[in-house]
Design a protein around this ligand. Structure first.
Ligand code: ATP
Length: 173
């Protein structure tokens, strides 16, 4: 039996594949993690504006380019969005969410983001290009053990927890 449905309608939602990093650095005060505060357009007013002005912390990430491996994307996006050069340690997992594009036809997008645990190698946090500044308000180190409380998105909080678990179970790291 043939399937006569329009193949485009089998998956009506747009899809995006991104990759990002939980970058950790060991300091005298314990493990720290690189987070970004994305720039957000502020069309809101009144109470909504006040709410949207609350600091939103997220993990660095971005779309996987054609021919690029997700792990390479994570390293590249971390460098571009935070100024940090990092090396891969392990894959942490994938998160999935749906959002509605705020531009154009306001399409619903199904998004998968693969996250990797990366280790700081060199660079200065927030040393980013002026083009990137349009997307990233600032990049900061935060204590890794505060990340599950401070990150805005549940999936990313889970990734920070997984990074903590990985480091606890791999003391050699
Ligand atoms: P990318 O960083 O992959 O290039 P982008 O900046 O275009 O992508 P997202 O960061 O995915 O897009 O943001 C698109 C929408 O999804 C925004 O409204 C944002 O608030 C929301 N969003 C971002 N990350 C998450 C998440 N982990 N869980 C749920 N919603 C999220």
């Amino acid at each position: 039996m043939t399937n006569s449905r329009d193949p485009d309608n089998l998956w009506p939602m747009a899809r995006e594949i991104s990759a990002g990093g939980v970058v950790v650095r060991h300091t005298a005060d314990g493990w720290t993690m690189a987070a970004i505060e994305p720039q957000r357009e502020s069309a809101a007013s009144g109470a909504a504006k006040k709410r949207s002005q609350k600091v939103l912390l997220a993990l660095p990430k971005g779309l996987v380019d054609p021919g690029e491996k997700p792990e390479q994307t994570a390293i590249r996006e971390v460098r571009e969005e935070t100024g940090i050069v990092a090396v891969p340690v392990a894959k942490l997992g994938d998160i999935k969410y749906v959002y509605v594009r705020s531009w154009g036809d306001r399409q619903r997008v199904f998004k998968i983001v693969s996250f990797y645990l990366l280790r700081y190698q060199s660079g200065r946090i927030d040393d980013i290009s002026s083009e990137m500044r349009i997307e990233v308000k600032r990049a900061v180190w935060i204590a890794l053990d505060e990340a599950p409380r401070k990150l805005a998105y549940r999936g990313e909080r889970d990734m920070a927890r997984r990074a903590q678990e990985y480091l606890e179970s791999h003391p050699e790291a």
